[in-house]
Design a protein around this ligand. Structure first.
Ligand code: 5GP
Ligand code: MN
Length: 344
């Protein structure tokens, strides 16, 4: 689709547009990096941008700190993504040859985990395209729009402004849609922006099957996964009803009992929000050496402050996360002790 035909509103400033256009024009060897535990948005936005840059004859490599969730691997090009943890030397060498690095869907260099040092020490021109609040300043060009629901939507809107959406093919459109869908809980939160639906309309015209993408991403449960999630809800969920808070925690032993695979508890934290009167949901998962914390809320309850002040993390108002370096019982205890400060 040509820019002039699109009903999409512009997002980036003319200065950002000019600087980004120049950066793309002079780039030859491009690396696209996204955050650790990459999700649909991190992967979708990276594949979409990567596809367009390849059409512009750039040499493009996508590198993610660690493995992709199985539910997202259907996207075309996902199999070519390098996993840093599994190929440190090779990835370091590719990064050393990069003249331009795009940092997608993260706002702080620590979000790339083991890749942080090599990213920071690279002399490549770095461009951040992201939608998390408080972007740090490790990139040369920072394009940060927290009001946009997904980095995938932001990438598409930027491509539209640069008159490049004509290079988004069906696979790229599937990637954009997947990111938009997963970061809005299938368009159930952060999803009142009319441009979302203008973009979906354009993506449908590029041939995506949105119903099938939903089925592939959301309906790929294993029996163990379903049983683990059912167990978590029926046996491990605690409701603090006077606060409208739900708490779930799963120990390593419990996870192992259900042959936990990475991604198996994705979405679990959202489930308690379906209970009338529950406005905040927190989920603790024991990892080796730390506890991974996920928070979700509805309305005006800002869970990113809880994530940053108690759990070394951050995120968005209604979806945030972090890590607790201590025992499970202390992770839960600190939340309960501080609940009064955050939830009135
Ligand atoms: P999830 O609960 O799905 O892991 O993460 C939800 C959102 O919280 C992510 O999109 C991200 O914005 C943020 N988030 C999750 N974990 C962390 C973390 O460890 N650090 C920071 N800064 N943000 C996180
Ligand atoms: Mn995102």
């Amino acid at each position: 689709m040509d820019c002039k035909e699109s009903k999409l509103k512009d997002i980036i400033s003319s200065q950002e547009c000019k600087t980004l256009t120049e950066a793309i024009a002079r780039s030859k060897n491009v690396v696209i990096v996204a955050h650790t535990a990459p999700d649909g948005d991190a992967i979708g936005s990276s594949l979409a941008l990567g596809g367009v840059l390849k059409s512009l004859k750039k040499r493009v490599t996508l590198i993610m700190p660690d493995a992709l969730p199985k539910s997202i691997t259907f996207l075309k090009g996902a199999e070519e993504i390098k996993i840093y943890k599994n190929a440190v030397e090779e990835c370091n060498s590719i990064i050393s040859f990069a003249d331009t690095i795009f940092c997608l869907d993260f706002n702080e260099s620590k979000r790339v985990d083991l890749m942080q040092d090599v990213l920071l020490s690279s002399s490549a021109y770095k461009v951040m395209i992201d939608h998390h609040i408080y972007p740090s300043d490790f990139c040369d060009l920072v394009i940060s729009y927290p009001e946009i629901s997904s980095t995938s939507l932001l990438v598409y809107k930027i491509l539209n402004q640069l008159n490049l959406t004509k290079y988004v093919d069906k696979s790229g459109a599937e990637a954009v849609y997947t990111g938009m869908m997963t970061d809005t809980g299938n368009f159930s939160y952060n999803s009142n922006d009319a441009d979302i639906y203008v973009v979906i309309s354009e993506l449908l015209q590029k041939g995506i099957n949105k119903d099938e993408i939903y089925r592939i991403v959301c309906n790929t449960s294993t029996l163990d996964k379903l049983r683990l999630n059912s167990y978590a809800i029926s046996e491990k969920m605690e409701i603090i009803s006077n606060k409208g808070v739900a708490i779930i925690n799963l120990s390593r032993k419990e996870l192992n009992h259900y042959s936990y695979q990475k991604g198996d508890t994705e979405g679990l934290v959202n489930v308690p929000l379906g209970i009338e009167g529950v406005n905040v949901s927190i989920f603790f998962r024991e990892e080796s050496g730390y506890v991974k914390v996920s928070l979700r809320s509805v309305g005006d309850y800002a869970v990113n402050t809880i994530a940053s002040e108690l759990y070394n993390g951050g995120g968005h108002k209604n979806a945030a996360g972090g890590e607790f370096f201590g025992t499970m019982s202390d992770a839960v205890k600190i939340f309960k002790e501080n609940i009064e400060n955050y939830i009135k």
